[in-house]
Design a protein around this ligand. Structure first.
Ligand code: NAD
Length: 360
């Protein structure tokens, strides 16, 4: 029976790179019925809603989504599609593998790391009180009554939230991912030396979860030291799991180590539904020119195949992408040392080369 996957092409270069990913995934022979749905600017223009109910309903029903990048509308009052999806579908884990591909320009080589970021709490609860507001003054008064350290009345306040259940869930996800993907070590990343209650709780829960996975090694690192060690000895690390803000930063650090936006895939995983996407944006200046790099979107598709349990198909895609990039001929402008568009492959040209490599 065919899998059903909700495909959200997005806008800007989104439709071009999404189509590339769809073609490559179809070429694996894994039977997929694609249900195309809108979100973002295209949905706003045609349906007056950035995240239409029909799109959410399709994702909930199919439990799998592949999403192209979307332009964020300018102006207040729009909720972010990504935040909306995370909240509506409970996508608590952000999965960001960072694996070096030979032929991609980077100061680092042979990187093979996986960053798992908690997506729903930490510093990004969205619970904030602006400077000078009555609500901020009330919160400050309540804190000052209970705290030795007094907060200045002009402060803006953001709430950092760490719960035992969510900490357990994200660390369990990291260990399950490690087990399912033959990984050997999970590192919990935190700042528990300073934030003793919030990050201290995260670390204690991580240590307790680790005891239930004796087959996987475990250690922990303070986030600033982690960043330095990633620069100095990245090959000593494997799967990194951490609260939201640290994950946001460290996952981009690792993406930079493997060559940046054009090649970095991601997944947002919930208890029922998972949505996969490139980490880059809609790159409006390249839209409609058939010149965008489809790699990140194709590798996001491979990540989806892996999540579906279609490991052989995922490896077939990843190997073909690696081979085409290493050969360096049929690659888009951004993967060329000279960045010369006149000598570069088009989006469809690179996609054709990947599909031909898979068949060979
Ligand atoms: P961007 O990722 O779109 O572009 C940054 C730079 O990288 C640009 O020079 C761009 O041309 C280049 N680039 C990105 N992807 C590329 C690709 N596949 N091939 C070749 N070159 C590529 O970031 P931005 O310019 O800051 O954002 C543009 C729009 O995308 C904004 O509206 C932003 O909010 C949105 N955005 C959306 C997502 C998402 O939907 N997940 C993520 C990031 C940004």
């Amino acid at each position: 029976m065919a899998y059903r996957v909700t495909l959200i092409p997005g806008d800007g270069i989104g439709p071009e790179v999404s189509e590339a990913a769809r073609r490559v995934i179809d070429a694996t022979g894994v039977p997929i019925e694609w249900e195309v749905r809108e979100a973002g600017m295209t949905a706003l223009e045609s349906q007056g809603d950035l995240l239409p109910a029909a799109t959410l309903e399709s994702l909930k029903r199919n439990r799998l989504g592949l999403k192209g990048p979307m332009t964020t509308p300018i102006g207040s009052g729009f909720r972010s599609v990504n935040v909306g999806l995370r909240q509506e579908l409970g996508l608590y884990a952000n999965l960001r593998p960072g694996k070096s591909l030979r032929g991609v320009q980077s100061a680092f080589h042979d990187i093979d790391l996986v960053v798992i970021r908690e997506n729903l709490e930490g510093m990004y609860t969205g619970i904030e009180f602006d400077t000078g507001t009555t609500a901020a003054a009330e919160v400050i008064d309540a804190i000052n009554e209970r705290s030795k350290r007094q907060i200045d009345g002009s402060a803006a306040i953001s709430i950092k939230l760490i719960t035992p259940a969510e900490s357990r869930r994200i660390v369990e996800y990291a260990f399950e991912y490690a087990r399912a993907n033959g990984r050997k070590l999970v590192t919990a990343v935190h700042k528990a030396n300073i934030m003793k209650f919030t990050d201290g709780l995260f670390l204690r829960e991580a240590q307790a979860v680790a005891e239930r996975y004796p087959d996987i090694a475990f250690n922990d690192r303070i986030v600033d030291n982690m960043c330095m060690q990633l620069m100095q000895k990245p090959r000593e690390y494997d799967v990194l799991v951490m609260p939201n803000l640290y994950g946001d930063i460290v996952s981009d650090l690792v993406a930079g180590m493997i060559g940046g936006l054009g090649v970095a895939p991601s997944g947002n995983i919930g208890p029922e539904t998972a949505v996969f996407e490139a980490i880059h944006g809609s790159a409006p200046s390249h839209a409609g020119k058939n010149e965008a790099n489809p790699t990140a979107m194709i590798l996001s598709g491979a990540l989806m195949l892996r999540h579906m349990g279609e490991r052989a198909a995922a490896e077939q895609v990843e190997d073909a992408v690696a081979e085409v990039i290493a050969a360096g001929k049929e690659v888009t402008y951004d993967l060329r040392a000279d960045r010369d568009p006149s000598k570069a492959a088009t989006t469809t040209g690179m996609t054709d080369a990947i599909i031909a490599t898979m068949a060979s």
